[in-house]
Design a binder for this molecule. Sequence first.
Ligand code: SAH
Length: 439
Amino acid sequence: MLYLSDKAFLILAFNTAGMLLINKTLQNNNIKTDLVPAPPETGTVCAIVVRVNENDLETSKSILSREQVVYKDIIEDKKLKLQGLIDRKLGLAVSVEFLEILKKIEAGDDLSYEDIVYLLKTDKPKELDVIYATADRIRKEMVGDAVEIRGAIEFSNYCCKSCKYCGINATNEIAARYRMTEEEILEVVDNLHREGIKTVILQSGEDPLWSTERIIKLIRIIKARTGMRITLSVGELTKEEYKELKANGADNFLLKIETTNRKIFEDIHPDDDYDRRVQCSKWLKELGYINGSGNIIGLPGQEISDIARDIMFFKEMGINMIGIGPFIPAKGTPLENLPHGNIELTVRTVAVTRIVCKKVYLPSTTALASLDKDAQVWALNAGANTIMLINTPEKYRGSYRIYDNKNMVDMDSAIYAVKKSGRKFPAYLKISKEMNNVD
Ligand code: SAH
């Protein structure tokens, strides 16, 4: 039997097209590859790299040279080793099981499903302190101290789907519908660009009148005018549509799995199929998107074990951005009378996701901010590194009510959260210079 090395190597490309070509060429030659987020030392030019096992390295090199596929570099996929997690002072305040998990984290080894369940479940205060501190250290090592600030425009709340939790679902008659025009969207984009924000998130319901062709026209203009990075969050499309959008300027795509428990998924998404959703996420990856997923904490019937599987899924799929938010009931939906998800469990899920997935974007979500003014601060201290501002024009904002009491995350609240968590503003923001607290 072939011995599989636990060492892996990363093949770095010059750009996304190159990365995709390398991946395809190797796969066509039966080499097993993974697309993974690039480690910090490679910079952020090409955010995804191709990983191959050490056993396949030499064959891969000769395949690429034979087929004249260029690459920029090959580096070892180094494990992130952390020293000093285990401290004698921990003493009896932590369990033997917990110490075993810490050993794995120190050595840079992957955690098992059981380890993840343990971290999500423990109620020992000292263990919790260590979990949060470890997530915070890994965040610092992998993505630094600056909090990424992105601007979201919720450009239409028309939706043809009936997701049971979502306040703008097709069947919710109390939702006041709006659809922004291209001009209205561009006006907001120009403002974001002036503030120095580098990424705009365009989010909507699944609105047939904002067709793929129309979105393509819009993103082409945004790219030409501002050069900003574009994140789309417009739901399930065909592979061809995702491809067209990518070719015309979309960089990132946010399509949350919401839950990896198939039964719950199908119960809360009467129009969607679980396998299809996973397929969409795989296509996004294959097409070279920075691939966003995430889950909702506190769905009816959801157990800690389900959340642990969600985290395994993010890791196995090589997801780059993971939005983790508590469930919040929305009036007019079938789930309107349920309690909201637990804040501590949500923040803890952020922390464990950082420990497991390492170099990823983890937003401190609006849903968290909606439950407590300080919840965004807690998430930033537990591994999160991104805040999404809501830039939907005031006259529409209240109608993008995916859940009730949705908080307004604006620049002021982001400044509050960044300061209170002791973090830094990114240098690209105009406002950062005045804040004098730039990374
Ligand atoms: N139509 C797009 C955008 C959906 S809104 C899509 O389907 O991808 C973005 C996210 O809001 C969803 O992925 C979901 O995780 C979250 N969301 C919607 N309703 C919610 C609720 N009631 N509580 C918590 N999160 C919710």
